[in-house]
Write a protein that binds this ligand. Structure first.
Ligand SMILES: Cc1cc2nc3c(=O)[nH]c(=O)nc-3n(C[C@H](O)[C@H](O)[C@H](O)COP(=O)(O)OP(=O)(O)OC[C@H]3O[C@@H](n4cnc5c(N)ncnc54)[C@H](O)[C@@H]3O)c2cc1C
Length: 304
């Protein structure tokens, strides 16, 4: 069993900001990342509301800069998925597939997971043609991609994918646009983006050339769309499955005792923005550093 005073689960903007601040205080946090550092920010086409970048910055670039900054102050990332976070009376226990850790204070910065298209059956042969994160399609070019959704993410994804040489169709099952007006204006002006309101996908079938066919109801008509990929952008929900029932039950008291923190998108509801996630990370880190005491120092020696 390895021991540590602080662990951070997730190296998106929230987790990286917390890690940088804690490391600069002189404590080396354990930071776990199961995928690529930068988290959801890698999905963002152009971030224009994060201070410091007057011409905006691509999400993937900002994510890389955050990762580089963490490395430059000495943050070490453990590239593992935390399988479970539990509370064992005086300390947390974290389990990855390879190791177990005893930790005094934990920051949960696990972000969100996409909602999936549950109204249609996705044939197993098409699983590789259906995505929920745009960065999974960043290597795709000259393809026709259908996006389902009507929020910021759907329109941001569309602009990103046409910028990479693809053609995009956006399907909105209603007619309400839930995106920023400027994203709608840019989408209207962009080449190779078709927007279809009142259009719902009712079935998915294999199509020609390893592609897929979407059977849709569009208004009162049936419509078939041939595409190469389907990208779901129908909302997100907090990614909390790692937190054990015992931790959930005691979360309020653990948070009051400055032992447990939820930061960033995992707890921010509709206020899912990079600058808020980063601010949460800095605040949690500052609180941890203020609370750091003799009990924490008992957790500084790592052992097997
Ligand atoms: C299309 C799109 C455009 C956006 N545009 C903007 C914008 O213009 N401006 C803006 O401010 N924000 C934007 N955002 C929002 C921004 O990306 C998020 O608010 C931000 O990334 C949240 O950071 P986070 O660290 O809380 O969560 P995330 O970025 O989701 O990071 C969570 C991290 O935790 C990891 N993780 C999860 N579970 C585990 C586990 N069990 N073990 C180990 N690791 C785990 C994940 O792999 C991930 O890397 C956009 C988002 C999208 C989707």
């Amino acid at each position: 069993m390895k021991i540590s005073p602080v662990a951070i689960i997730g190296a998106g903007p929230a987790g990286l900001a917390a890690a940088i601040q804690i490391q600069r205080f002189g404590i080396a946090p354990l930071v776990f990342e199961m995928d690529t550092p930068g988290g959801l920010l890698r999905n963002a086409n152009l971030v224009e509301n994060y201070p410091g970048f007057p011409r905006g910055i691509a999400g993937i670039k900002l994510a890389r800069l955050m990762e580089q900054q963490a490395a430059s102050v000495g943050v070490h990332l453990t590239r593992s998925r935390v399988e479970r976070l539990d509370w064992e009376d005086t300390a947390f226990r974290l389990d990855t597939a390879q190791d177990a850790f005893t930790v005094r204070r934990v920051i949960v910065a696990t972000g969100t997971r996409p909602r999936t298209l549950n109204d249609i059956t996705i044939p197993s042969s098409l699983a590789g043609r259906v995505a929920y994160e745009v960065f999974h399609l960043f290597d795709v070019k000259d393809a026709h991609i259908v996006i389902v959704g009507a929020g910021d993410a759907a329109f941001d994804y569309a602009l990103n994918l046409v910028g990479r040489g693809n053609t995009v169709t956006i399907l909105n099952r209603g007619d309400e646009l839930k995106c920023l007006p400027l994203l709608w204006e840019r989408t209207k002006a962009a080449p190779r983006i078709d927007y279809k309101p009142h259009t719902a996908v009712v079935a998915l079938e294999p199509g020609a050339d390893d592609g897929l066919v979407l059977r849709c109801i569009s208004g009162r008509d049936n419509l078939s769309i041939q595409a190469d990929y389907l990208l779901g952008a129908i909302g997100r929900q907090p990614r909390l499955e790692v937190v054990s029932p015992r931790v959930r039950e005691q979360a309020a008291s653990l948070e009051r005792s400055a032992l447990l923190y939820f930061i960033g998108d995992v707890k921010n509801g509709i206020y899912r923005q990079t600058s808020i996630a980063v601010g949460d990370g800095i605040r949690a880190a500052m609180q941890i550093c203020q609370e750091y005491n003799h009990r924490d120092t008992e957790f500084t020696e790592s052992s097997q």
